[in-house]
Write a protein that binds this ligand. Structure first.
Ligand code: NAP
Length: 294
């Protein structure tokens, strides 16, 4: 393990609570690997978790500026509240309405959203004509907004969203459809059987099936069997890996993508932004998988 010295620079993640965050595991593994690669026995950067309440957020953000912090991630519940504290936000962060990565500029803190890039990364390795695909998103919370922005970037003209509250579906439609130039169709869960047979990309953004509720799945094995045989099922949940949903998917011969890859790639995108060099995504993935295996 590299030494923290007087010259070590500061990165971190703020949220409340923060104990559950896996970002320190993968970022410090990457920072250690970069130091080892340079044959250094000291760390140039260290990445730490900060429990920050909503009340303390403005003070913490301005204090981090004063001590020369090199950048940070933001997680629940501050992804929207951070925005007025920034000097600038990227178009993708504006489109999603949330910031997860912040870095210093001459005029103050700047913010972006790397969840979209993280979501897209495993899909971009597949050979599909996205302009002919209408994805179906299960759930209409914060992550669904990043997935919608990702679908727009892929070039999907229309997206179906399934939610359990009509008012939340309407709000998502009102705030995303024109901002992302997407034709968004909304459905309540009981209407989902009508869309499944035409869904070549299904994305679960609900927490159903997340540890410790690993015997739950947003769709049953027989519902998965209604998807086209070439369908991709992408579960944003990263623990367990795979979820029951993805086990149903693999058993049926369809393509499964785990949320681990999105987690790794959104982190790698943030780290490369802070360091100005490519991040070791393989090291970050290995560190996460080793942590889950403990
Ligand atoms: P969120 O804002 O709370 O949204 C969750 C959505 O799921 C809401 O629409 C909610 O419906 C719905 N939902 C919750 N319980 C449900 C149930 N029992 N049945 C049907 N729908 C249900 O959460 P989020 O921030 O979007 O995160 C969602 C999931 O994505 C979490 O598991 C999170 O870990 C994962 N995630 C992964 C990554 C990654 O990098 N892999 C990144 C972000 C998020 P209501 O609105 O009706 O409550």
């Amino acid at each position: 393990m590299g030494l923290i010295t007087g010259a070590t620079k500061l990165l971190g993640v703020m949220g409340y609570p923060i104990e559950h965050s896996l970002s320190p595991v993968m970022h410090n593994a990457a920072l250690q690997a970069l130091a080892t690669h340079k044959s250094q026995n000291f760390l140039e950067y260290v990445y730490v978790p900060w429990p920050v309440t909503t009340k303390a957020l403005p003070t913490v953000v301005s204090s981090l500026w004063k001590i020369g912090c090199c950048g940070f991630n933001i997680t629940i519940p501050h992804k929207q509240a951070i925005i007025p504290l920034l000097a600038e936000t990227t178009p993708i962060a504006k489109a999603v309405g949330a910031v997860n990565t912040v870095w210093p500029t001459k005029s103050g803190w700047a913010g972006t959203n790397t969840d979209v890039q993280g979501f897209l990364s495993p899909l971009q390795t597949l050979d599909r004509d996205w302009s002919t695909i209408t994805p179906c998103i299960l759930g209409c919370g914060g992550a669904a907004r990043a997935v919608l922005a990702g679908c727009a970037q892929l070039g999907c003209p229309q997206v179906h969203i399934v939610g359990r509250q009509a008012s939340k579906l309407q709000h998502l439609h009102a705030t995303c459809a024109s901002a992302l130039s997407l034709d968004i169709r909304t459905y309540l869960w009981e209407q989902s059987p009508t869309v499944l047979p035409h869904t070549e990309l299904l994305v679960n953004t609900t927490p159903v099936g997340m540890s410790p509720h690993i015997q739950s799945s947003p769709l049953s094995g027989s519902e998965i069997n209604q998807l086209p045989t070439n369908a991709i099922v992408y579960d944003l949940i990263y623990n367990p890996n795979p979820t029951l949903l993805l086990q149903h998917c693999t058993a049926s011969g369809r393509t499964a993508i785990s949320g681990v890859e999105m987690l790794v790639q959104q982190g790698a995108a943030a780290l490369s932004l802070w360091l100005g060099q490519p991040a070791p995504a393989d090291t970050m993935r290995s560190a996460l998988l080793a942590y889950f295996a403990e």
